[in-house]
Design a protein around this ligand. Structure first.
Ligand code: ADE
Length: 224
């Protein structure tokens, strides 16, 4: 998979891709992530990429021209499955969306900033708009990092244990069951006996029940 991220703040985005699972996925060649600084696509003095909004009002708006140039240049190199815009008024990211996106070959992610982008960008170039939650970030970069993390860990071969993404919280619309590790007793707190029993069908049953109980208690909306 190839992900191209368009941003005015590439430095805000780099570090999540330079550590841990994302770094390993890139190192193994399972995903390529490229950053494109919008300022490299403008002829304006001082590399200006934003301007005041027509009609007045506070806040700057990212201009269409540098975005068009950047997206057109990427599209001239290869076909893209989606051109995603990160915005608080997009469709809220969930596991189902991440699963679907992880199957794609090439995607572009455009990070908004300030008041957002000129509406004509959204009307003519964007195929999907994604929010990471009902709150406003200073820009789309942190949202793009979250989106990339959820997608990349689903690509086969990225996680060491191939099955572990399948047992994640949300994969069956259920929260994950509790997990324990050594020691089996700590300050009087014991690990449930069933997990030490070696009876794997019994353990599986226990995990399913606990996942259901936890979902009923904490996120009953997921069961509706
Ligand atoms: N940009 C600003 N706020 C955002 C959010 N909640 N999700 C995605 N991108 C954003």
């Amino acid at each position: 998979m190839r992900i191209d991220i368009i941003t005015v703040l590439p430095e805000l985005l780099r570090s999540p891709f330079e550590a841990s699972i994302l770094k390993r996925a890139i190192g193994k060649g399972l995903v390529e992530v490229h950053f494109h600084d919008l300022r490299d696509y403008t002829d304006h003095s001082y590399k200006q990429v934003d301007d005041y909004q027509f009609g007045g009002g506070a806040g700057m708006v990212l201009m269409i021209e540098p975005i068009d140039r950047c997206i057109s240049s990427l599209k001239s190199e290869r076909l893209y499955d989606e051109v995603i815009y990160m915005t608080p008024d997009g469709e809220t990211l969930n596991q189902k969306t991440a699963n679907g996106l992880s199957l794609l070959k090439n995607i572009i992610i455009l990070c908004g900033h300030y008041k957002g982008v000129d509406q004509r960008v959204r009307d003519s170039m964007i195929t999907k708009e994604i929010s990471i939650g009902d709150y406003v970030l200073s820009g789309g970069e942190l949202g793009a990092a979250v989106l990339c993390d959820t997608i990349i860990r689903l690509i086969p071969g990225v996680l060491n244990d191939e099955t572990s993404a399948l047992t994640d919280t949300f994969q069956d619309n259920l929260l994950a069951p509790p997990v324990y590790t050594r020691p089996s007793e700590y300050k009087g707190m014991k690990v449930p006996d069933v997990l030490l029993s070696g009876n794997f069908p019994e353990i599986e049953r226990w995990r399913e029940e606990e996942a259901l109980k936890r979902t009923e208690n904490l996120r009953p909306d997921l069961l509706q």
